[in-house]
Write a protein that binds this ligand. Sequence first.
Ligand SMILES: Cc1cc2nc3c(=O)[nH]c(=O)nc-3n(C[C@H](O)[C@H](O)[C@H](O)COP(=O)(O)OP(=O)(O)OC[C@H]3O[C@@H](n4cnc5c(N)ncnc54)[C@H](O)[C@@H]3O)c2cc1C
Length: 490
Amino acid sequence: MSAPTRLDEVRDRLAAELGEAALVTDRAELRTYECDGLAHLRVVPALVVLAETAEEVTSAVRACAEAGVPFVARGSGTGLSGGALPHPDGVLLVTSRMRRVIRVDPANERATVEPGVTNLEITKAASPHGFYFAPDPSSQQICSIGGNVAENSGGAHCLKYGFTAQHVTGLEIVTPDGERTQIGAGDAADAPGYDLVGAFVGSEGTLGVATRITVRLLRSPEAVQTLLAAFDDTDAAGQAVASIIAAGILPAAIEMMDALAISAAEAAVRCEYPEGAGAVVIVELDGPTAEVGPTLEEVERHCRACGAFEVRRAADAAERARIWKGRKSAFAAVGRISPDYIVQDGVVPRTALSEVLTEIAELSRAEDIRVANVFHAGDGNLHPLVLFDAAVPGEQERAEAVSSRILELCLSHGGSITGEHGVGADKVGAMAKMFLPDDLDTMQLLRCAFDPAGICNPGKVFPTPRLCGEVPGTRKGAHRLQEAGLGELF
Ligand SMILES: Cc1cc2nc3c(=O)[nH]c(=O)nc-3n(C[C@H](O)[C@H](O)[C@H](O)COP(=O)(O)OP(=O)(O)OC[C@H]3O[C@@H](n4cnc5c(N)ncnc54)[C@H](O)[C@@H]3O)c2cc1C
């Protein structure tokens, strides 16, 4: 009989502390957790822990820390960058059973929830009090708030209200050495000291596990009006977006879809967008009734001046839902028009949108790979969907090349390699295209302050050799780590 491994130690300890029902060890069942929404990257975890409480998360993390076993947190597994991709010799710590809305506090405009609560459940809990939770990823019916925090997720309404980071006021976290602690101001307006919540939100599960999340609630607006404008092409639609923003109008959302994305949405959900549209723009305004009506008139004028051949205003909630249905289902809808596709996520300055879309179209023609564009036009967050058929020899490789070239286009226009889906495992290599080695080392300082042993979601966000257990590097940045007393760790 072979000697027990460190993972066996963790398994036996957690079976005793949490009970067998909290563990998944059967190989076939473990496969259920082998990927997130980025399905082409797959790793079967060695052990899955289904935590129900913060105490259980603490026990699991402490067991891993004491045995030196890597662990990865997972919420609903809808991430699109492989952030929740398991470690083959590690523990996958799943929070989806932690579904309690702990409190809704309208007087302080706050809610506190467990990490497995879905994004939409927060709004559902707040709406009887006249409040809602603003960040609204298209996956909001299933993605967890823990995942939103880790990814600093965005959504259509983040143009006006900001991303998840602007709405998280306090966190209870379990640090990678197994300590449970509170960070942030919670109900207060501010807290002295470093903005640790700011560091944690968007850290993609590399700084610990969030076990309780306090979020800001916004008062539900008095009026919401939604308009859909159809254009001949994305150029005209892009001009309308620029013209609306230049006029000083700040809609709650401005979204754009091109012809290919529209045809996919039609095939999937029959959203009945205007026939023959080369692009549609969805504009949503919210606020006091007296303000929203006249502003909508103004938005319509801008759209028509830029060539909109049809403008539809949603007359009621049902029409509004129908307009959004096409947009919100666009990612999945693309499966109707292509057997395989890559969801890309990049950002460009709003002013570069038109130029970048033209360059993407040229790239698509040159490589004979179709690209559908669905995006948050207001904040320049592109989601090109690169279509291919893996059964056709060479097509996947060409699609991957187009997808990575699109990111380079974003960078060359002063943008970023990700807007909201994160770096995860998918874009680790692209980090070096955006940051200098010194920049990466400086970020690593923060990671090591939380996780000196390098066991918390290792290999994500930064290239694997930059974990905290490596020998000192030869690059300039390594000196900075040594000066900070972390040289031994590198
Ligand atoms: C159809 C579709 C549409 C989408 N639309 C959007 C969109 O509009 N905007 C957007 O931003 N994203 C979107 N996404 C991506 C995804 O839904 C978000 O990134 C979401 O926040 C992930 O949540 P999750 O619970 O599924 O997290 P997971 O996929 O389980 O995990 C994501 C990351 O969070 C970490 N993590 C999870 N829970 C915790 C925790 N408690 N503590 C610490 N780290 C944790 C994981 O380790 C991992 O790194 C979409 C995805 C799909 C499939």
